[in-house]
Design a protein around this ligand. Sequence first.
Ligand code: HEC
Ligand code: HEC
Length: 332
Amino acid sequence: MSGRRYIVVLVLVWALILTWGLYLAFEGTRMARAEEEHWEDLVHRGMVTFAENCVVCHGAAGQGFVGPPLNREELRGHPAEDKDIFEFIVSTVRDGRPGTTTPRWERLVTGEWASYTAMPTFGAVHGGPLNELFLRAVATFIMMGDWSEVSAHIPPAEIPEDREVLLSRLPNAAGLTPEESRRAKEVFVDRGCIACHSMNGVGGKVGPDLTQVGAWTQLTPVEEWEAFLYSWVENPPAMENRAPVYWSNYGGPLPYAAAGSVQTRTAGAQAARVQTGTGTSVTGIGGEEAPSVWEQIPLPNPIPLNPTQMPPMPMTDEERAILVHWLARLGR
Ligand code: HEC
Ligand code: HEC
């Protein structure tokens, strides 16, 4: 090989090595960026999914109400690394949990409110609205998203323009004359409750659906529930013992309340999770251990409730009395 040809080959080889190195280096950052965009995209999708499906029960800041707070430190992490947390969230949202998904609280002998509401099933595999991509997205959002961005994505209230149509969609309460119900519905609409709360599919999606609010507790005498609602509507931030305390028994019998007067939940629901003052224990109805994936991430006890997002709504005492007389009897 002549000296010149040797140099040419050498230069070519070096050029090749250089381009290959450059290519690799570039490809590395390109992939890292694609990876980052992938997570950002998932978080955004998950945030919108959360705003559309979950806010009514878990709150716009994940602060919890019908469902427990989800803005907890134990649920933060990276889906690719903290696989247990990720799986816990995905499976809970996909499969739900056994029990009633209509809010249900009862007051314990201790005076606390206990929650018997279950997490609904969202997975498309069970006929729900979220396919696997959206389930992963919403879990990714809960783990690494920014809670303060959710409220901007809550869907607008659905309020029929025709007032008569709107009033006819709102439910009548048991034991009230149609005129009494109508008067209360007018207060509900005119004093702005409808902007945040839905009934029968009309209204806002900020607070919980109130279609059955009279039946949220069935052991509490209706007059007592009505009194609670009166104080609540008068000044929500002033309420210390608001519903609920997140005490979930995942389908077992009510531990304290008069057991005879309560129907237990679906037959498939075997696990009873009972929180005591000192911690959480799991027993099956027949004493057998409950196989429960959700035990992996225990709820803090007691769960700290964040300040309410519901403002006091100005109205006369008479209007408030008419309103809660109706609310306390809805669904009873
Ligand atoms: C009808 C009200 C309701 C809706 C809507 C709802 N949840 Fe829940 N969720 C609950 C209740 C109640 C629980 C507690 C269930 C229990 O104790 O078994 C819960 C529990 C959870 C848990 C488990 C928390 C824990 O630490 O045990 C996660 C995660 C969760 N929900 C996510 C979601 C997501 C995401 C959405 C929207 C796609 C959603 N939820 C919509 C009521 C709701
Ligand atoms: C700005 C939105 C908003 C408005 C307006 C609003 N609410 Fe609420 N409401 C909420 C939210 C959010 C919750 C969930 C509880 C919480 O934040 O602590 C709630 C909770 C409730 C509850 C359940 C309280 C409990 O502890 O059991 C009732 C009942 C209720 N609202 C009735 C009303 C009525 C009646 C009006 C009209 C006078 C009204 N709300 C106006 C946002 C609103």
